[in-house]
Design a protein around this ligand. Structure first.
Ligand code: MN
Length: 383
């Protein structure tokens, strides 16, 4: 296999750091070409000294001098700002761009990377939630592959390998249910961010951990699945599976269901996305059936966890509605993390935004950008 040259957007986050572990363990397969981070300059410098990328971008311009003086002598180019991010992803020497930054910020760099013909390992699900139609059309036009990194979508993708000509009847996304599974609305009124940040199975960044507790993460993943696998909303189901061993399933038109299983460890889907079509040998811990004698399944509770229903509604409405949902959710999560609103009020805020912001049936990129901005402004005022 030829060595693939990787750009990691968001290298200091949870996915970024695990991607670097995968790359370090497979030096013959991967080479780090670009690293970027928003504000964790210390870790970006440490990673750069170790992996010797061609260039790095520090998003926060106030940290540029610090990063520059640390890396200049090593012949590593240092840039800063949003525009720099959009241009480095187009460098000739990049084969794959891993988009592992948080939230809406992933949209424009991902578009630029696709325009330059770079394959995408997509960890930033918000990109497809906000502008899935535009992104998938652009990827088709440019002959670019989008490899899912999200564990559920990686599972579906792994089930589909060798089956690409067979129509999908249904995709079934599994959900752990998060730390509040089984709780009712009254019990969720007073939950704290510390409780919400304790995910039973996965260690992740704060934003996605809150999204997992509120089931918004699953809602975003439903929309992500629609675009990645080109299926209708009626073909997507969610089933709660608290053990997080079956990562998702595909049902084909003959009724057969394929599932992908393993211990919950993001390094596997990261490695599969970067290494595709090869499965690289790994020393990740192996699954033991005897330690999991019971794999169980439940219906998701969309009345308690209204975010999941709101996401299904946004997907069914289409247009810029998922963009409104996403922007409102980013403001809601930030407000919850700052103790400004309660856990259940996050859904209230999102629902208000979905009702009040102007609906656009066939948005352009400019419409998405304007919708995102207007929704954030409205949500901040509504708080
Ligand atoms: Mn996931």
């Amino acid at each position: 296999m030829q060595q693939k040259r990787i750009a990691i957007l968001g290298s200091t986050g949870s996915i970024g750091t695990q991607a670097l572990e995968v790359i370090e363990a497979n030096p013959n397969s991967f080479l780090v070409e670009v690293l970027t981070a928003q504000s964790n300059a210390d870790l970006l410098i440490e990673q750069s000294i170790k992996f010797k990328p061609n260039c790095v971008v520090i998003g926060n311009e106030a940290l540029y001098d610090k990063v520059f003086s640390a890396l200049n002598a090593l012949d590593i180019k240092v840039y800063t700002g949003a525009k720099a991010l959009e241009s480095v992803v187009q460098m000739d020497s990049i084969d794959i761009v891993l988009t592992s930054m948080v939230g809406y910020a992933g949209l424009l760099p991902t578009i630029k990377a696709i325009e330059a013909g770079k394959h995408i390992a997509l960890a930033n699900k918000e990109t497809l939630v906000v502008a899935g139609e535009l992104i998938t059309a652009l990827a088709r036009e440019k002959g670019v592959n989008i490899y899912p990194v999200d564990s559920e979508h990686s599972a579906i993708f792994q089930c589909l390998v060798g089956e690409f000509h067979n129509p999908i009847e249904k995709v079934i996304l599994t959900a752990s249910g998060g730390p509040f599974r089984g709780k009712k609305r009254e019990e969720l009124l007073g939950v704290t961010k510390a409780q919400a940040l304790k995910h039973p199975n996965w260690v992740m960044g704060a934003k996605i951990t809150i999204d997992s507790a509120s089931l918004m993460n699953k809602g975003l993943e439903v929309i992500e699945a629609k675009w990645l696998f080109n299926v209708e909303p009626s073909q997507i189901e969610v089933v709660v599976h608290p053990q997080s061993i079956i990562h998702s399933l595909v049902q084909f038109e003959d009724g057969s269901i394929k599932a992908q299983m393993g211990l919950p460890d993001m390094k596997l889907p990261i490695q599969f996305a970067l290494g595709f079509p090869d499965r690289l040998k790994s020393d990740f811990p192996r699954f033991d059936f005897m330690k999991y004698p019971n794999l169980t399944f439940e219906q998701p509770d969309k009345e308690t966890f209204r975010n999941l229903q709101l996401a299904f509604n946004a997907m069914a409405t289409g247009g810029n509605m998922p963009c409104i949902l996403n922007a409102a959710n980013e403001i809601a999560v930030a407000a919850f993390l700052e103790d400004k609103i309660g856990f259940l009020q996050m859904s209230d805020l999102i629902e208000t935004c979905m009702a009040k912001l102007p609906f656009i049936k066939q948005p352009s990129l400019e419409d998405y950008i304007a919708t995102d901005e207007a929704t954030r402004k409205f949500a901040l005022e509504a708080l």
